[in-house]
Design a binder for this molecule. Structure first.
Ligand code: NDP
Length: 230
């Protein structure tokens, strides 16, 4: 059976890698980038975004931000197309952008990880689109559908990055505290300690049955969510 054809809009560091990975996995791939000259071997380079979109039913977008994605897709007829937008932004951006057969995505990987099992891509929006194209999307990494609200992938993406940055900052601080006494501190103490303390995360957000009134309905922790995440 012939493989699903894919169009990739945006050939930055990430878009190029996505396109190369589709080509590498035998998917007929059409690409377009605002600035000509970025080459993906084995892909068809469309002269305009409209021609690139016309070439495939599945259109993957990966540009700088939603404003850029909007400016590219705004004047293009997307009827009959499934748009998978892997551009980063906020949940509000994703919800505003979602129209028709739409999946929003959050890539939890750097380009070097794409196509490897450790790469994870979060998707939210149309479950129908996800089910139809999951096999194709799986070539990028593990595909995780997180819900039909198109903003969820962006929300979880930001939440996971926030956890990672907090952990990295704490780890760097710990290493700088031990300084010259570092020895094998990282391998023998820091990593096992962080791994062990991760266990506590299982209970984060679980309400205390003794004091259910302490929990605000806005989220499990009773914390005010920043406006951009709502
Ligand atoms: P780059 O800066 O390498 O590339 C940006 C891309 O966006 C280029 O193709 C650029 O085109 C295009 N672009 C910018 N502005 C416009 C515009 N107004 N109209 C059309 N195209 C435009 O970024 P990445 O490829 O690294 O990232 C792309 C997306 O993927 C971002 O949202 C990023 O947050 C996300 N992402 C990236 C990761 C990474 O590690 N790189 C990891 C996870 C997510 P041109 O060549 O013409 O400038």
């Amino acid at each position: 059976m012939s493989k699903q054809s894919v169009t990739v809009i945006g050939l930055g560091a990430m878009g190029q890698t996505l396109a190369k990975t589709f080509v590498h996995n035998g998917h007929p791939t059409t690409v377009w980038n605002r600035t000509p000259g970025k080459v993906v071997e084995g892909a068809t380079h469309a002269p305009t975004a409209a021609e690139a979109v016309a070439a495939s039913e599945l259109v993957v977008v990966c540009v700088l931000d939603y404003k850029a994605a909007q400016s590219v897709l705004d004047l293009i007829d997307l009827s009959g197309k499934a748009v998978v937008n892997l551009t980063n932004g906020t949940p509000a951006h994703a919800r505003e952008f979602a129209k028709g057969d739409y999946l929003d995505g959050g890539i939890m990987a750097v380009p070097q990880m794409i196509g490897q099992p450790e790469a994870m891509v979060l998707y939210s929006g149309s479950k129908e689109v996800f089910d139809k194209y999951q096999e194709t999307l799986n070539v990028l990494g593990q595909s995780r559908f997180v819900g039909e609200d198109p903003g969820l992938a962006a929300l979880y993406d930001l939440a996971l990055l926030s956890a990672m940055y907090g952990q990295s900052a704490g780890g760097l601080h710990a290493v700088s505290m031990v300084g010259a006494n570092r020895g094998d501190f990282v391998e023998s103490l820091l990593i096992p300690w962080l791994t062990a303390t991760m266990f506590a995360l299982h209970t984060v957000g679980e309400s205390d049955p003794e004091s259910p009134d302490d929990i605000d309905a806005s989220n499990d922790l009773g914390l005010e969510q920043p406006g951009y995440l709502r």
